[in-house]
Design a protein around this ligand. Sequence first.
Ligand code: ZN
Length: 260
Amino acid sequence: MPEGDTVYQAAARIRRAFEQKTLEYTQFRVPRYATTDLAGRTVESVRSIGKHLLIDVGDDLAIHSHLKMEGAWHVHRIGTRWRKPAYTARIVLRTDAAEAVGFDLGTTEMLAAPDAALAYLGPDLLGPGWDADRAVALISADPARPIGLALLDQHLMAGVGNVFRCEACFLRGVDPRRSVGDVDIPAMVDLCHRLLQANRTNRVRTTTGVTVSGRRYHVYGRGGRPCFRCGTPVSRNFLGEPDGFSDTDRVLYHCTTCQT
Ligand SMILES: [Zn+2]
């Protein structure tokens, strides 16, 4: 599942091939932008903010994408055979040498004044202006909220998705249903920062230090299987909230013995 680390890496790949380069060809495969043509514009910068990716193309205008659950950006030399079905491509960008294709993007749009548009996001865990104190203050402002929901709220802190939410709670020994006011928030925020930092350049994401399939996470995706630490079957359930958190990609994994 794409989280802040995935988007950070996607931005780095696009940046290497596109920054300060002229776009020779662009194609948006979404109806709203079917006639948009950015050829001739220069890519000024490529950035990630939390789970959002911005490709700045001048005049305070940016291509904004969000990977959601399945999305991916592939960058390669022009002429390279695509590794995903063409019908899943949402945007194609080319310089004279490189091609970037965004597949299965949850959001593909042109955004005017992107910084203002994304100002609602909390501090970016992988951003140059990372502000831990502000993240702690924003999360702590609602002490009754379950920590497992607060960690996913991008208005409070940007970059954590379901994997890091589940894993951070496990590593802190915290039941994700526990109230924010009952959790050491500075320690939790610091751990999230360290987990994302550690994974921002990893080819394979891990929170255990092991990159072998099936051993990469303590609890995420391991429902019913024994906790590596205590042997209790990992619990799989939901932390329902009326604002849409309870879909299948928000399944909560935790160990009822190690996390209290
Ligand atoms: Zn356990």
